[in-house]
Design a binder for this molecule. Sequence first.
Ligand SMILES: Cc1cc2nc3c(=O)[nH]c(=O)nc-3n(C[C@H](O)[C@H](O)[C@H](O)COP(=O)(O)OP(=O)(O)OC[C@H]3O[C@@H](n4cnc5c(N)ncnc54)[C@H](O)[C@@H]3O)c2cc1C
Length: 369
Amino acid sequence: MKYSQIDIIGGGCAAFSLARLVNKIPLKNINLFLGKKNDIPQDHFWGFWKNEFNEDAYKNANHIWTRWSIFTENSKTTLSSTKHPYCVIKRKRWLSVCKSELKSNKINYFKENVIERDNYLFVKDQKIKSELIFDSRPPDIPSNALLQHFQGYVVTANKDVFDETAVILMDFRCDQSKGMHFIYLLPFSKKKALVESTIFSKKIENKKFYTTEISKYLKKHFDLTSFTVSNHEKGVIPMHQISIKSPNSFNIGTRGGAVRPSSGYAFTFIQKQVSQISNQINKKILINTEIHNKVDLFLDKIFITVIDKSPQLAPKIFSRLASQLNGDEMAKFMSGECSILTKLKVIFSMPKLPFIKSFFFMLRSDVRN
Ligand SMILES: Cc1cc2nc3c(=O)[nH]c(=O)nc-3n(C[C@H](O)[C@H](O)[C@H](O)COP(=O)(O)OP(=O)(O)OC[C@H]3O[C@@H](n4cnc5c(N)ncnc54)[C@H](O)[C@@H]3O)c2cc1C
């Protein structure tokens, strides 16, 4: 099928990443419906492991590390990869990379909100009716969903404290009473780091909880009490499979199920999803936006049930996982690109009983629903 116009709803990661790629295809028009709240002042980082789908983000990354660590009360595992380093890019930087590649004579911007009525999308009471519509409006989050919620800031210390060569991907040496909780630390230099307190639970805590946890952590593990803070970051990511089906449009980004349910990582999956879509448009074949494989989604569902029911097992699960894999394997696993052998290593590294119990719990609730 040959298309002449594409409509893209949203002005975030998925919308601009897709616009950037389809802009290279000979089409007459690309309409971008950005929404009213598109120009948000706050910036934040997207973290990802380099692979073939995020090469351009890697080239524009703000920071790149070849080592990352996972800490528990009684273990430290450091993995490394030069082929698949851990990178971060700021939201605004990536969006401006995308915008800089758009040809102005082809792109039309609309700043109004899009609304949905009777399965059709409207802007200012006008029906959006291209042959191809991609929708990235954030989905509603069900009230009982497990969430990944986090807050943090960039800390600047008055002395050298951070090891700038290794990201702290997860440090579980913090209060575990609210759910699965870890500190994420991106060391930009010996004195400067983004430090975030991240919880997987159903209840979002008040700001004081996250900031107190960060202060306690910095004091205990870096002997750091005197520092300034800037660039406050916070977010809530749903930890469940999102599969919204819309009869007249294709969903992309978070709305299109791009978030990996077990980790909350989405940036790389969005790049994979938009690359898949742009290839399908180019080859004039049916559009399929699915990017996670069924086995991964099934394993993620079991994992989420375990974390929901027994969050105290999380440090053991992640330290075992990291100790069974090398850096390349872990990077590929987290990006949904690993081999069957790696998947088996992950499965066999997990504590058996809680996973088997969760499997049967899942089966029972699937039957009931
Ligand atoms: C603070 C934060 C940090 C994150 N960090 C990471 C990370 O390190 N690594 C990672 O892989 N993932 C991360 N994620 C998860 C994921 O990558 C992001 O949520 C990503 O932005 C999802 O892209 P998206 O396009 O689906 O949504 P968004 O980027 O949120 O875009 C949604 C767009 O829809 C627009 N919109 C809303 N309503 C309407 C409407 N009615 N009409 C038209 N437009 C509308 C909004 O204005 C916005 O532009 C993070 C998420 C958050 C919130």
